[in-house]
Design a binder for this molecule. Structure first.
Ligand code: ADP
Length: 378
């Protein structure tokens, strides 16, 4: 009842049904099959390249290969011999997985980059993170700096409206030209979705979108790039830490202590990703009565200071409270009308605070001195 021996082609065809457990593609397509030899006694030896030594999937791969080959008629045994890809083979595989495209280069992540990247973060939504971002950007641009903003707040993407950007990104060659308003270049997740439909983004899509915003958008030579992050410590913040390890964080909070605690937790995450926290901005600090000038602390007090103190302790470096922006209906109106308060009503107390923060951020100068080394998160 002995079946004839299988040919090496038949073994290879069987191996085409074996998928790499991590990449999910047939091992034959990934250049992982090193050799196939069928011995006279029906024992088949299959040489398999692992992508890295000590690959955690080695046992899974071995058993999948064994199962696939032993199912062939005439096979009396299967021996899987593992080897490890060389550097060149790994590079070729990476190139193949990217569809032959070159690794996108993120100019801001290069050690020689002179652009300071500020990621504006908050513990929760609605604290004024986007309002702060657009006003800082507008104030910096008005002071003569070259400024770009990435609206990475996938749930809110309100930056284009707040800056009055109506243009669309334009494709030029392989790059995307960002629209601009008030000399601020802007790219938003919202520019790539139809209408105002909420988007359900999964982690890998977000990571790719962020990568494209950073690598494929023609930003030119920027002094400052501001990123409006989604609230909390989600996928975007983690992607950002990987893509731009040298980005610095600005944390926006309200004076309310509950909000401050959340902001503090968000800030403490950067001790794991080793990013630097430049400072805390307290928003909605108080309301000035338009009639008597009396200040009311609508959301309590001390939140910004509490976050700054706590983060100074956690990080071991001074995290200052950069400003306290009062509640001002003109700030909201400016956002709704696409005219940032710092430009529309520069003498308003809220505008003065925001300009002060922008100046302190810009006064740190352009250059590499004092920059943190780009260490990857552990
Ligand atoms: P986030 O980005 O944190 O979700 P937004 O910037 O979208 O917050 O602000 C939420 C709402 O609060 C917006 O309508 C905005 O205009 C308003 N707002 C933010 N800061 C102030 C302020 N200091 N005074 C008055 N309204 C503000």
């Amino acid at each position: 009842m002995n079946s004839p021996l299988p040919t090496t082609e038949q073994v290879t065809t069987a191996l085409a049904g074996v998928k790499d457990p991590e990449i999910g593609r047939p091992i034959t397509e990934l250049g992982m099959v090193k050799s196939v030899a069928v011995a006279a006694d029906g024992v088949v030896r299959v040489g398999v390249y692992l992508t890295v030594a000590g690959c955690p999937m080695r046992d899974t791969i071995t058993s999948r290969v064994t199962d696939a080959v032993s199912a062939l008629p005439g096979v009396s045994g299967v021996r899987v011999e593992l080897d490890v890809m060389s550097e060149e083979q790994r590079k070729a595989l990476q190139g193949q997985l990217r569809g032959g495209r070159e690794e996108p280069v993120i100019p801001f992540a290069q050690p020689s980059s002179l652009t300071t990247v500020y990621a504006v973060a908050s513990g929760k939504g609605g604290v004024g993170k986007s309002s702060v971002t657009v006003n800082l950007a507008a104030a910096m641009a008005a002071a003569g700096h070259k400024v770009g903003v990435i609206d990475a707040d996938i749930y809110g993407h309100s930056v284009p409206r707040m800056l009055g950007v109506t243009g669309r990104p334009t494709p030029v060659e392989n790059m995307i030209m960002p629209p601009s308003a008030y000399d601020v270049k802007v790219i938003s997740m919202g520019m790539f979705t139809k209408g105002n439909t909420p988007i359900v983004w999964r982690g890998p899509m977000l990571h790719r979108a962020m990568q494209q915003f950073l690598a494929d958008v023609f930003w030119g030579d920027l002094d400052y790039l501001l990123l409006d992050l989604p609230p909390g410590t989600g996928d975007v913040a983690i992607s950002l830490a990987q893509l731009l390890p040298n980005a610095e964080l600005l944390l926006v909070t309200t004076p309310q202590l509950a909000a401050a605690e959340v902001a503090e937790r968000a800030g403490a995450l950067v001790t794991q990703t080793r990013q630097r926290i430049t400072g805390v901005i307290e928003n909605m600090s108080y309301l000035v009565c338009p009639h008597c000038g009396e200040q009311t602390e609508v959301f309590g007090s001390g939140g910004g200071e509490a976050v700054a103190t706590a983060l100074t302790q956690v990080t071991g470096t001074t995290v200052p409270l950069l400003g306290q922006v009062p509640i001002d209906t003109r700030l909201r109106e400016g956002g709704d009308n696409g005219i940032p308060l710092v430009l529309g009503d520069p003498s308003a107390p809220a505008a003065l605070q925001l300009v002060k923060v922008a100046e302190s951020l810009a006064s740190r100068g352009r250059g590499l001195a004092g920059r943190m080394l780009s260490l990857s998160p552990r």
